[in-house]
Ligand binder design. Structure first.
Ligand code: SF4
Length: 668
């Protein structure tokens, strides 16, 4: 018999599925099922979401504050963190400290960290692992729309007659959104799916048309489409047969209800912002934006990448989607009654760790992420953290790759224990509710941040007694002097009942009134109310293959794993899908480099090498290999793929090019 049922949200991808956690009265065991009432998934779950109950054990959890290798009380640990940060700031200034945070944080946690750094410490050196995920989309949105606004919603996937999936293995990385697309196709077989991806992925297997374009040539393709839509002659080479391009262009031109969905294959590029705007250009030209069944649509990778964008988790944004112009700096400072507002953008992720390495950052606080695995040039990041005079890590896990560099580790609550909100890819804010007791001495991230802020002398501004008070403050900030000039407006949630908050899409200008779509009225957020079509000059990847490193390494997710496997790694069922990381190699390349199916290959980049088992895959383009990102040096394989990737970044967004790294392979 079910004793307790709690409605919350899946902690994995940006689809943001609602889940119900239920405890069996007799056994005390928890089970998780999809929430039929949640508009992101209507009860559906993917295999990762369905296995959530298998991942809630306490093995390997960090349960007590630790100073070095010894347990310490909260008072001692918090005093030490506040004292060290204050001392470094006093001696070297606010820009000598940094926070590196995460799309795994809840909006309230993110808000607290951002407020402390940008309003009270007085630096904008707070960046997030969302920089690796969708910062090119943020920059592309802002250039085109004047705001970081996703125009549409998941319902558009149900209504579209053409869905174009670009650089997105949606079937594995956003499975419930993909199920929605397939369900629409089953209902309306004339609906078409086009997949643009160098690899023949599980997503591409379901497509009416798969364009396996040359890696990095997306902007050439969409510039060609734009020219075609204008009726101009085009001559383009993206490495696929001309008849495929003709089909894609004519389907797009003839289908009003078209949604173009993209994800990391577009964003994780040294020209990601341009690629985003090359796609948006085609929708702006045809007016296919913000109306049912049509629009450009970015799928975020993490559960709360969007929430982080909203509260200023990126070093180049203030809270509530405000930028660093003088009026907004003054406005946010006044709202917070901030003693020392940051007046300029801070360091973006890759540059932030370079500053740690060269000694400009002398105190670093990492929250809910594992940069020693996930950043490019991972070995350099490790060296930087090892050399940093003071490193704090707030974590659920005791033993991450990054934790080895921490002087202080602070135990954070995990999914199922913590309280807050997340925002999914369609701007829908949902509650995460606890159903498990706080284990050991673990505390919510916002509480930890507020305690440190208090000890640094800022107690009054951080005197929240619960996450709901932080959410209310954030909602008030979005509405503060917002005369319609800013997209993110939560005025309708101010003073609302946090406990019973139902999933709702922003802007919410009046109670209960969310917004499914924006821009259908032709009004955008540039000062003149218009959108911008960008003149895009396609650029090749920053690092091209050569004689020494003749192959391109592409990286991405597996269907059943998440990030560095700290949670999904607990489920034997999920591990069974791919027990070890495999290097996918086209048979022709295997022949060329002497690799055997199932044999081991040494994969060398310019800075490092890893060993991976080979899987022949005729779905790879010859000349390109693929490896998953999840494994790390604490897993059996120890294959830190991030160490192979150079830290080339997009000049506008700062997002690193994680999809194209020149490598050499050799049999072991
Ligand atoms: Fe969770 Fe994403 Fe799967 Fe939904 S699709 S259950 S949000 S991992």
């Amino acid at each position: 018999m079910i004793d307790t049922a709690i409605r919350t949200t899946c902690p994995y991808c940006g689809v943001g599925c609602g889940v119900i956690a239920e405890r069996d009265d007799a056994s005390g065991a928890w089970a998780v099922r999809g929430d039929p009432g949640h508009p992101a998934n209507f009860g559906r779950l993917c295999v990762k979401g369905a296995a959530l109950a298998e991942t809630i054990g306490l093995d390997g959890r960090l349960l007590h504050p630790m100073i070095g290798g010894a347990a310490a009380g909260w008072e001692t640990a918090l005093d030490l963190v506040a004292e060290k940060f204050s001392a470094v700031i006093a001696e070297h200034g606010p820009d000598s400290v940094a926070f590196y945070v995460s799309g795994q944080l809840l909006t309230e946690d993110y808000y607290a960290a951002n407020k402390l750094m940008k309003g009270f410490i007085g630096s904008a050196n707070i960046d997030t692992n969302s920089r690796l995920c969708m910062s090119s989309t943020v920059a592309g949105h802002v250039r085109a729309f004047g705001s970081d606004t996703v125009p549409g919603c998941y319902e558009d996937l149900d209504l579209a007659d053409l869905v174009v999936l670009v650089g997105s293995n949606t079937a594995w990385c956003h499975p419930v959104a993909f199920q929605r697309i397939l369900a629409a196709k089953t209902r309306r077989p004339d609906m078409r799916i086009v997949v643009i991806d160098p690899r023949r992925t599980a997503t591409a297997e379901c497509a009416d048309l798969h364009l396996a374009i040359r890696p990095g040539s997306d902007a050439i393709l969409f510039n060609g489409l734009l020219a075609h839509l204008k009726g101009e002659e085009t001559d383009l080479d993206v490495g696929v047969p001309l008849e495929q391009i003709v089909s894609f262009f004519s389907w797009f031109a003839d289908t009003e209800k078209t949604v173009t969905v993209w994800s990391q294959g577009i964003n994780q590029s040294s020209s990601g912002t341009d690629k985003v705007d090359a796609i948006i250009n085609c929708h702006l030209l045809t007016g296919r934006i913000g109306r049912p069944g049509m629009g450009p649509f970015s799928l975020t990778g993490q559960p709360n990448a969007m929430g982080g964008r909203e509260v200023g988790g990126l070093a180049n944004m203030l809270a509530a989607h405000m930028g660093f112009d003088e009026a907004n700096v003054e406005r946010v400072g006044r709202f917070w009654n901030a003693p020392r507002m940051a007046a300029k953008p801070g360091l973006k992720a890759v540059d932030l760790f370079k500053a740690v390495k060269d000694g400009r950052i002398k105190a670093l606080w990492v929250m809910a992420t594992n940069p020693a695995v996930s950043l490019p040039e991972a070995d350099e990041v490790r060296a930087a953290m090892a050399a940093c005079p003071f490193v704090v890590i707030s974590e659920c896990e005791a033993d991450t790759d990054s934790a080895q560099f921490a002087h202080v580790r602070l135990p954070a609550l995990a999914w199922g224990e913590k309280v807050g909100t997340v925002t999914n890819s369609e701007r829908r804010i949902s509650r995460q509710r606890p159903f498990l007791p706080a284990p050991g001495e673990a505390r919510g991230d916002w509480w930890i941040i507020a305690q440190v802020a208090g000890r640094m002398g800022f107690g009054e501004a951080f005197a929240w007694t619960g996450a709901g008070e932080i959410f209310d403050e954030f909602c008030r900030l979005t509405a503060f002097e917002n005369d319609g000039a800013r997209d993110l407006d939560l005025a309708g949630l101010v003073g609302g009942d946090y406990e019973s908050l139902e999933p709702i899409q922003w802007p919410v200008k009046a109670p209960g009134q969310g917004t499914a779509r924006l821009f259908a009225d032709g009004r955008f957020y540039h000062p003149d109310g218009r959108s911008r079509m960008l003149d895009i000059e396609p650029r090749p990847p920053a690092r091209l293959p050569d004689e020494a490193f003749p192959l391109i390494l592409n990286t991405g997710r597996m269907r059943d794993q998440w990030h560095t496997m700290t949670r999904t790694g607990r489920s034997a069922r999920l591990a069974a899908h791919a027990p070890e990381p495999l290097l996918s190699v086209h048979p022709r390349d295997a022949l060329r480099f002497g690799l055997a199916d199932g044999g081991l290959a040494r994969v060398s980049g310019r800075r490092a090498a890893v060993v991976l088992r080979v899987a022949l895959d005729s779905g790879q383009r010859p000349g390109e290999v693929f490896a998953p990102i999840h494994w790390n040096d604490r897993t059996a394989s120890g294959a830190v793929v991030g160490s192979l990737i150079d830290a080339a970044t997009d000049p506008v967004s700062g997002q690193p090019e994680l999809k194209q790294a020149p490598v050499m392979v050799a049999p072991l």
